[in-house]
Design a protein around this ligand. Structure first.
Ligand code: 16G
Length: 249
């Protein structure tokens, strides 16, 4: 089946199926999933989709924008919209205490950060408890979108005692590299993983649709002395990660 036949509105566009842009977005997602709209091919122009489906161009644009946010479609200046190759899932071992930069480097991917917060703050009650802070202590906090190969992979919020990370602005790429330089790299950690559906603000930041499945991970890491070095809460894209644990008798 070609794209024009596939987008004919009979059979999938109706009054009861929710907002029209959502119905179109779902139809396009199905086309991408089933290969009717193949990877690396161009999407028919907005005007043509509007004609085939009898939808307004505003509605078509809204559906396409959502697919761009989800990372399924890429808009190239001057040459239109293209179906992106899907992101390969990454397997992440749960038995080694590695950093995001190291994990991605091993896969040959460069990492970048989009900073949301980085500085010294008054701690929240959770941070005081998790980091065993004393009254009046402040906390170093770094919060960022972690990207690999140019794609957002995780939203990460880390909090550390100030004597472990006195100057959070020093962290420009890898937190663990800075901690290593300071002689404070954690040597063990406990991780709690749970499933969540993304709220709209976080979904926007990660470039996925609201309500998408996400892995919520809380890592508490320790120095050799047993002292807590870091409390990091991360949201990892559920469509990109498999966490793998090795079990032995
Ligand atoms: C990982 C860790 C996070 C740590 C970060 C350091 C998980 C779930 N989280 O993302 O706790 O702070 O690596 O990475 O693995 P960096 O050294 O590249 O900044």
């Amino acid at each position: 089946m070609n794209a024009v036949d596939f987008l004919q509105p009979e059979g999938w566009l109706g009054k009861t199926g929710g907002p029209r842009y959502v119905q179109l977005r779902r139809r396009l997602e199905l086309g991408i999933e089933t290969g009717v709209l193949p990877h690396n091919s161009s999407l028919p122009p907005e005007r043509e989709i509007a004609e085939i489906t009898c939808l307004s161009r505003v509605t078509v644009r809204k559906a396409i924008q959502e697919l761009v946010r989800e990372g399924l479609i890429e808009q190239r200046q001057g040459s239109g919209s293209f179906i992106r190759k899907p992101m390969a899932r990454m397997e992440q071992s749960l038995s080694h205490l590695t950093s995001f930069t190291e994990d991605m480097g091993r896969r040959g991917l460069d990492t970048t950060s989009r900073w949301l917060e980085r500085g010294v703050f008054l701690p929240t009650r959770d941070e005081v408890a998790a980091l065993s802070l004393r009254e009046g202590d402040q906390v170093a906090r770094i919060c960022r979108i972690r990207e690999a190969g140019g794609r957002p992979m995780a939203l990460e919020r880390a909090a550390l005692p100030l004597d472990i990370l006195p100057n959070p602005l020093e962290v420009t790429t890898s937190l663990y590299l800075v901690l290593e330089r300071l002689g404070h790299r954690p040597t063990s950690a406990i991780q709690k993983i749970s499933a969540k559906n993304l709220e709209s603000r976080e979904a926007d930041l990660l470039g996925v649709a609201e309500g998408s499945a996400i892995l919520s991970i809380e890592r508490t890491s320790f120095l050799k002395s047993g002292r807590v070095a870091e409390l990091t809460r991360s949201l990892y894209r559920g469509d990109a990660y498999d966490f793998v644990a090795e079990l032995r008798l």
